[in-house]
Write a protein that binds this ligand. Sequence first.
Ligand code: PHE
Length: 341
Amino acid sequence: MIDKINELLRQVEEFKPKAASEVEEFRIRILGKKGALNHLMEEFKSVAPELKRELGQQLNKLKTTATERINTLREELSATAAAEASHVEDMTRPGSASELGSRHPISLVRNQIVEVFTRLGYTVAEGPEIEDDWHVFSALNFPPEHPARDMQDTFFIEKNPDILLRTHTSSIQVRTMERQKPPIRVICPGRVFRNEAISYRAHCIFHQIEGLYIDEGVSFADLKQSLLYFAKELFGEQARIRMRPSYFPFTEPSAEVDVSCNLCGGKGCNVCKGTGWLEIMGCGMVDPNVLRSCNIDPEKYSGFAFGMGVERIAMLKYGVKDLRLYFENDVRFLHQFDSAL
Ligand code: PHE
């Protein structure tokens, strides 16, 4: 019997469990109702009286050692489990990359256009989106009865027809001329607002870039040359332009500018409607009345101005057929421009 007790003592000392469940199994095997200790107790009843003292002491020793060992092991294991639970991150694992966004196609094209003109010596000017009648219409030689001054075309602030959302960024050009003496060379990008029904080719909010150059002796030839350079930079060396007579209150003479269709190379396709040409902007020589409104002497100075819609240029450049896509923020659309520019 003493051997059995010693063997169990050895087992208790050497017991190295990995999980709390092993400790519990061990406890049942040694200290449980039908466990080894109770078996020995039964045996103890029938041992010779002279052996009882020593065996009794050993049995007690086994009971206390086993109980103590089991308790410490339990504590140790629950402490490691808690530590593990609070330390879930494995610092050696590779991190998860955060997804990178990309520039909006309108920003890409805007930046590209601005960049072409900064190379020609233009600086960027910005101005307010909420404007007054003077900067959007009156200073630009719009007669009082002009249809653009109608609610159908322009968003006016209620009860005050003098305050409105700018319909073009020409208002920035007026602000620049009021502030600055010639020579002036500015490019004016910005959001504009028109009271139009939304369709695949029109939106009530869109982006424009307008340009203005004023100095002594600026001619229509300078305008044409600058715009040809711009078209080649944006659409490629093979690009050609043509100008068609047009009308704007603030320029005289005025023209619409077409660029040769970059999809069919000028042969005619469904994008250019068989003409081989795509309309990209309006332009002209600044009307002397506009210069006078801004205190610039039209006898001394002349200048040209041009203006284009960024959405339209982006549509032609990327073959986008519906302008509404630019405003819907569908990532499947936007991701296609990840590597553009
Ligand atoms: N402001 C005109 C528009 O919004 C564009 C333009 C600018 C035309 C400058 C001629 C000269 O349509």
